[in-house]
Design a binder for this molecule. Structure first.
Ligand SMILES: Cc1cc2nc3c(=O)[nH]c(=O)nc-3n(C[C@H](O)[C@H](O)[C@H](O)COP(=O)(O)O)c2cc1C
Ligand code: SF4
Length: 529
């Protein structure tokens, strides 16, 4: 009897495109044709336009087919049995060749996503076979200060948006005297076009768990929470199961790997508010209150969850930790550019043919990323604008596609890298409408605590509407510019102070959509400012 080992993802994108049905059809086919099937439900490699991508193990490595529909299953199974497993050839129209040889994967540097799509996310054996928990073992053999210093050496900066050095944050919590401390993972992932956190949680949950345990050992916290957006039910299910497995196998609980150390972990579901991704309103929400931003200071590192010193870190920041502990801070810090060290998992989305996850060291450019990975727009029209860094990020025109992708270079260009989301727009985009959308987004998502954000965004929508309908356009442009300045300088948190970034970039870099003459006062001022 023929023996076949196959992989079909159980990750949300693949599932939304019919992966469960494909898996069922493959099983049915094997039963009917009396083949011995070992079907693994793996994570996704993050090449979304190929999902559901079906892989088959051979002596030469895994071969892939995609995107697979249920109706393709009989012909693919035939190709596998008659060509692939006997002759190492694939003749099917959906055959992609050896997965590891696919250019989209080969051109990446996958440190955080090294296991994604390769393993069964809930197989502890798979995780252990690919270096899993080796960082934890190193951490258990080190002092808490040694762990913190390793993270400082790595140069890791927070991947949630603000890019604050992770090691410094940990040092603050480490040094804070308290009988109780917490680790909180920010898994609210609200930025437009982003999905890297979700992929970690759905494809390699033990890595996040390991990162959180190490964080606990580093700062002296014995309790952790993953604040997960409720729109991620698959991630919730996988995380819950992974926590049960890790507890049963002694990685979580009151005696981590027989060390006598304690770390317990729980998932808390959010309630679909963008502002609950901001760390202080996240903490309010976790405490059972309305998600309203807190005044800072005190920082959460000093007074966080229920007033105790708390590390709040993004999923990607915590997921970089196992590699850093296992390979050393220097190994991580050798990648990157300027003070942006390591890799960033970029997420290509919007109007794009080959959307997906691309992990690269900091320092390449948007243009090279587009050339190497995007395949152009889905509409086959030219790209006109790209919004990088979520809804509070700048819209970049093609003339800025050669800015290196690192925190410093983007700040110098009045833009933000944020969580690495890259949303593509073709030449049919109306940038005035995009500016209006940015203000409207702030109207919807503002927590309401401070006036420049709560009222300013509403006025912003009105002013942009007046510009749109040519109601005193020149005067209203000046008003819009003043309003943006007020929001930047007067808002309590980055929601209000960053909303003007996409608005200003829209009228500055795409003035024709605002019907502005090039000698417009606002443009002249901003161009010289
Ligand atoms: C409006 C707003 C939304 C945010 N949303 C998120 C989010 O969804 N996920 C996240 O990790 N950080 C988000 N942040 C950043 C967090 O406040 C905080 O900086 C981050 O969780 C710290 O983790 P890091 O140092 O690992 O980046 C947001 C900030 C603001 C102002
Ligand atoms: S800027 Fe907006 S979201 Fe932030 S505290 Fe003020 S009202 Fe709330």
């Amino acid at each position: 009897m023929m023996n076949i080992k196959m992989f079909i993802p159980r990750e949300s994108t693949a599932l939304s495109l019919g992966a469960h049905d494909v898996a069922r059809a493959v099983s049915d086919y094997s039963t009917q044709h009396k083949t011995e099937l070992n079907l693994i439900r793996n994570g996704s490699r993050g090449m979304f336009w190929l999902e559901p991508m079906v892989e088959v193990e051979t002596s030469k490595g895994r071969f892939a087919y995609g995107p697979v529909d249920v109706s393709d299953v009989p012909s693919i199974m035939e190709d596998i049995t008659t060509n692939l497993l006997s002759k190492h050839t694939q003749e099917h129209r959906l055959a992609l060749g050896l997965t590891e040889e696919l250019a989209y994967l080969k051109k990446q540097t996958r440190l955080t996503f090294a296991r994604a799509g390769i393993t069964d996310p809930l197989s502890l054996n798979d995780y252990l076979a690919l270096d899993g928990f080796s960082g934890l073992h190193k951490a258990l053999a080190a002092t808490s200060q040694e762990i913190v210093s390793t993270v400082v050496d790595s140069g890791l900066r927070g991947r949630g948006g603000a890019a604050f050095p992770t090691g410094i944050k940990w040092q603050t919590v480490h040094d804070a005297p308290s009988d109780k401390k917490y680790i909180v993972c920010n898994a609210d992932e609200g930025d437009s076009g982003t999905f890297a956190d979700r992929l970690v949680m759905e494809c390699d949950p033990f890595m996040l768990i390991e990162g959180m345990i190490i964080a606990g050992l580093a700062v002296g916290a014995d309790e952790g929470y993953i604040y997960l957006r409720s729109e991620y039910p698959v991630a919730d299910e996988i995380l819950q199961e992974a926590i049960v497995i890790a507890t049963k196998e002694g990685y979580l609980g009151n005696d981590i790997c027989g060390s006598g150390r304690t770390f317990n972990l729980e998932v808390r579901l959010g309630a679909e508010a963008y502002i609950c991704g901001e760390e202080t309103s996240l903490l309010e929400s976790m405490e059972g209150k309305r998600g309203v931003v807190r005044f800072k200071p005190p920082l959460p590192a000093i007074e966080g969850f229920f007033g105790k010193p708390t590390v709040v870190n993004n999923v990607l920041s915590l997921s970089a930790i196992p590699y850093i502990l296992s390979q050393g801070g220097q190994a991580y810090q050798q990648y990157g550019a300027n003070r942006s060290r390591g890799t960033l998992p970029f997420q290509l989305a919007g109007n794009v043919k080959q959307g997906g996850l691309i992990e690269l060291p900091f320092g390449s450019t948007l243009q090279s990323l587009l050339d190497d990975f995007s395949g152009g727009t889905q509409s086959a029209r030219p790209i006109r604008a790209i919004q990088v860094g979520g809804p509070l990020g700048a819209y970049l025109p093609t003339s800025k596609f050669d800015i290196p992708l690192d925190y410093e270079e983007f700040t110098n260009a009045s833009a933000v890298l944020g969580h690495g989301g890259i949303v593509i727009f073709d030449d049919t985009v109306d940038m005035l409408e995009q500016a209006r959308f940015s203000m409207e987004f702030c109207v919807d998502e503002s927590c309401g605590k401070c006036t420049p954000c709560r009222i300013g965004s509403t006025r912003g929508v009105e002013v942009i509407d007046r510009i749109k309908y040519d109601d005193s356009r020149a005067e209203n442009m000046i008003l819009l510019s003043d309003l943006c300045e007020t929001m930047i300088n007067g808002s309590l948190c980055a929601m209000g102070s960053m909303t003007p970034i996409p608005v200003i970039s829209a009228y500055k870099d795409f003035p024709e959509d605002f019907h502005l003459p090039s000698n417009n006062a606002v443009l002249e001022e901003t161009n010289h400012g």
